[in-house]
Design a binder for this molecule. Structure first.
Ligand code: NSP
Length: 235
């Protein structure tokens, strides 16, 4: 069994719950509340700002030039292809790029990105790949499944662009490269190293579910403390 198959088996119950989540279903059948989508899109934009750093750190920690090249490609495509989708949706909502970038991260968003970045700063290139794989592969699986089970979702006047982006060949090719990378990384590794990668993959899979759930329910800081002390992003 390839290592990616083992990982996929491990998280299948969590990933199936993502497919069944009302946010994801609503994206597919067009019933998703626009306010929930706007909240998600803003949070996701600042999530992606941190996510791009995973690839920058991956490129820095790569052990060969081909891997560095792929991680820099992942960085570039996230900044330009994926985040363009968010900028276009923001424009439709009348939100400027500056406003989008200054979105205050929710507790779930901070927990997720800080966990990933901790793995990236302290870990190996294989650990970075294990952390980002549920993001890249999971979104591709969602996009592809929506497009396959409900082809009309691709044509939806509002959510169609989202489904098109995440079911696209461009997005799928990047996810597939990461799957191949983790397969090669798993070859010949002792069980204790594989278990570490598996735990990271499991944790970010759980965070992926929580992100959908946060967006659907609008989970944020309590209003009475969010209103005070806003500062420009301090990193
Ligand atoms: C929370 C989250 N996870 C993954 C992806 C896909 N890059 C995303 N846009 N947002």
């Amino acid at each position: 069994m390839r290592f990616s198959e083992r990982l996929h088996e491990k998280v299948k119950p969590i990933w199936e719950q993502k497919h069944a989540h009302p946010f994801v279903r609503g994206l597919g059948d067009g019933t998703l509340n626009r306010e929930a989508f706007e909240f998600y899109m803003k949070q996701d934009y600042v999530y992606l700002v941190d996510y791009t750093k995973m690839f920058a750190l991956g490129a820095a920690k790569a052990r060969d030039l081909d891997t560095a090249n792929w991680f820099s490609k992942l960085l570039h495509e996230t900044l330009h292809f994926e985040m363009d989708l968010h900028r276009k949706y923001a424009a439709r909502f009348g939100i400027s790029n500056e406003e989008l970038e200054s979105t205050i991260r929710t507790p779930t968003n901070i927990a997720y990105t800080h966990y990933m970045l901790h793995v990236a700063y302290s870990g190996t290139i294989e650990e970075i790949a294990a952390a980002v794989l549920p993001c890249a592969w999971g979104y591709w699986e969602i996009g592809a499944r929506l497009a396959e089970t409900n082809p009309k979702s691709l044509e939806h006047e509002f959510y169609g662009d989202w489904v098109k982006t995440y079911s696209s060949k461009e997005f799928g090719d990047l996810a597939q490269w990461l799957i191949g990378f983790i397969d090669r990384a798993g070859e010949g590794k002792p069980e204790r190293d594989l278990a570490v990668l598996e735990e990271i993959f499991l944790n970010t899979s759980r965070f992926e579910y929580m992100f959908w759930d946060m967006a659907y329910h609008g989970h944020d800081w309590p209003a009475e403390i969010k209103a005070n002390g806003n500062v420009t992003q301090v990193r």
